[in-house]
Design a protein around this ligand. Structure first.
Ligand code: SF4
Length: 446
């Protein structure tokens, strides 16, 4: 039973642990020279995963926490596409010169809105990727789409280049909530988009839902889940809205008085999760739900589930290379982030430089703690002895969690209890050696 006491104590700012060390610990000491060394140091045969960030949208959703900008004309997007082609060529050439085989097993287009690109730009980017890298025949090719703006031409381009996974931003089907967050997309519009995606070769479909938005309620969330399930996506992600107006000023446009409090947020998540379980969507980690046969669910059952900047993933590549403003690369040696703003990113690329602004090298101790955190975030359980980790090191942070019944510690086996599941990130944080108390830069736990 989740009590007010637990929410008062544990609903605190903690990282989402899509990396470790987490992004606030990136620093300028990791620069373009370091990235070049790290790329040259990759094992030549190691498969790669590529992430391309398209930082444009047509209209701002007021809850948005992404790196994006609103553009009324297409020219900035066309210029971006040209710069992205140059960045792909630059990194591809560097790897080629280093003797890397450049085998790519997975590509993910995220944003922003990747379908801000027109069909021709998207196909040219895919052609450049195929030219500079060796795309595996069973390539996992995924894209995030805005169902309001995806055109038939873009869908046809997706089919031609072999996109096989798509993710649609839905958030909530309630028209009142949609109006309150400045993102109106009726159910029938999403339904039509889903049908078109399936007709164009999408074999795996994800829908993103959000709880904790203005005017959301338990009954409303249940209705939204029922409508989402009607569309039979393979996966549903259920994220908590992160209200961080000091970082995202447009969030001030939301009516704060209509935001649910922590207890209401918890009830909303619980109700949505129960409705998803009843529809045979198994919970994967913190916030994903998957149908039987879905790759994430299979990976969870096989114990091969991973967590990276895209959240939960089946990607097994050793190195993730990010392209575009703000994109993060995760290499065996550490993390690297591109310039977040478009202009400095474009300037660096046009001058033939890597657009890196910061990053962090990963130490052996970081790797050990990262593996433990990943086990907790993916499975809710970890054998600390398997990572030569003495539980005593984490006891100051773990002890209150044990006393409150959020985790069990049996020898070196740590397990998040049913009661502790909503606070999985807080449990993971017990192993975060960098976390300052009351760090306000992260979103709340529930
Ligand atoms: S479509 Fe996505 S990235 Fe664009 S403003 Fe809305 S939430 Fe942000």
């Amino acid at each position: 039973m989740i009590t007010d006491h637990l929410i008062a104590v544990y609903d605190r700012p903690v990282p989402r642990y899509t990396s470790y060390p987490t992004a606030p610990h990136f620093h300028e000491g990791v620069d373009a020279g370091v990235m070049a060394d790290w790329l040259r140091g990759l094992a030549p045969e190691a498969p790669l995963s590529l992430y391309l960030h398209v930082p444009f949208c047509q209209q701002m959703c007021w809850y948005c926490g992404c790196n994006t900008q609103i553009v009324a004309r297409h020219k900035p997007i066309a210029d971006f596409a040209d710069t992205l082609l140059a960045e792909i060529a630059r990194i591809g050439d560097m790897l080629k010169a280093a003797g890397h085989q450049r085998i790519v097993s997975s590509i993910h287009f995220g944003g922003g809105t990747p379908n801000s690109l027109d069909a021709d730009e998207f196909e040219r980017i895919m052609a450049a990727l195929a030219h500079h890298f060796a795309l595996e025949p069973d390539l996992d090719l995924a894209i995030e789409l805005d169902p309001r703006t995806v055109s038939d031409e873009f869908l046809a381009a997706m089919r031609r280049v072999g996109v096989n996974r798509a993710s649609l931003g839905v958030q909530d089907f309630d028209p009142v909530v949609q109006a309150a967050v400045n993102r109106v997309q009726p159910f029938d519009l999403v339904k039509e988009c889903v049908a078109k995606l399936r007709a164009n070769g999408i074999r795996s479909l994800n829908l993103d839902l959000i709880y904790g938005l203005p005017f959301q309620s338990v009954s409303g969330l249940r209705r939204t889940v029922a409508q989402a399930v009607e569309l039979a996506p393979d996966r549903i992600a259920l994220f908590g809205y992160a209200h961080v107006p000091w970082m995202k000023p447009h969030q001030r446009l939301l009516d704060e008085a209509s935001l649910p409090d922590a207890y209401a947020r918890f009830r909303q998540f619980e109700a949505a999760a129960q409705a998803l379980a009843a529809a045979d969507y198994a919970r994967i980690g913190l916030d994903h739900f998957a149908k039987p046969g879905d790759a994430l669910r299979v990976a969870r059952d096989n114990h091969t589930l991973k967590r990276n900047f895209q959240g939960y993933t089946v990607d097994r590549a050793d190195a993730l290379i990010g392209f575009g403003p703000s994109a993060i690369s995760a290499l065996p040696q550490g993390y690297i982030q591109n310039a977040p703003d478009h202009a400095p990113w474009a300037r660096a690329v046009s001058e033939g430089r890597l657009a890196v602004v910061k990053g962090v090298a990963v130490t052996d101790e970081d790797r050990r703690r990262r593996a433990i955190i990943e086990q907790i975030m993916c499975y809710g359980t970890v054998d600390l002895a398997a990572f030569q980790f003495d539980p005593a090191l984490a006891m100051p942070a773990l002890w209150p969690l044990i006393e409150d019944g959020l985790v069990h510690l049996n020898g070196s086996n740590l397990t998040v209890t049913e009661r502790g599941l909503p606070f999985q990130r807080v449990v993971a944080a017990a192993f975060d050696a960098y976390l300052a108390p009351e760090n306000k830069r992260h979103s709340r736990a529930v």
